[in-house]
Ligand binder design. Sequence first.
Ligand code: GUN
Length: 284
Amino acid sequence: MPATVMDGTALAAEIRAGVAREVSELGHVGLATVLVGDDPASHVYISLKHKAAVEAGIDARDVRLPQDASEGDVLALVDELNRDDEIDGVLVQLPLPAQIEETRVTYAVAPQKDVDGIHPVNAGNLYLGTPLHVPATPAGCMELLAAHGIDPAGEEAIVLGRSEIVGRPVAMLLLQAHATVTMCHSRTQDLASHVRRGDIVVAAVGVPGIVTPEMVKPGAAVLDVGLTRTEAGIRGDVDPAVAEVAGHLTPMPGGTGPMTIAMLLRSSVKAARFRRGVLAYPSL
Ligand code: GUN
């Protein structure tokens, strides 16, 4: 029997409707997205994020800097947004142009406003099991599992990829949900032997079709985060034929992507609550 489709578009719509209700209760939620340069994929992502934020009633500021902006320009902008009382959340789209050191920018965003959950204070709290802001894509993966009644506790979870924005944080969230977590990456030997153990598999390496049906345990829940634009169209890390073996599978597109946007909006509401003191953010 083919896998149950984990429909991210439908779940994201529910979450976005909930966010819209919370925004109207709060009265005002401000989100600034910052796009530096002309990376075409980033332009698409930022437009989608901005449009979704506006639809949820968020006061969304779409700030853009040119490709040749200096690190100082970006840091000055981030500083301004940190001090702006109208702004609850700040997201600087990655990657940044080569002349800008990403870590400096990541460190510069005020931790309370870091809706991306990548400031070391937020990353560190996730590592410690006391999450504050959490990266949106991993949070979306956990929501998709929960919505399908998949409890990671005691399950074997296999994560492919160790990026700061997906692999590491999703491994931490799965660990916090009491899964037994294995992280696989470019130096992993015999990837298939690891993936085959997985009750839950999260693929986030950007290698089209790297997860094949032979590698998947029958009945496993497989979440595809990899996205590669090929001449034949958008391809995920998971071979679509995995649907014949898996118990649950995210479609590509329409799975984890829409969830990323929905969870960013939810993070913006959380940031507004942090800033109003409705939710506690530890003082630093
Ligand atoms: N680039 C690709 N994904 C992301 C994301 O989730 N956040 C940011 N800031 N940049 C990205």
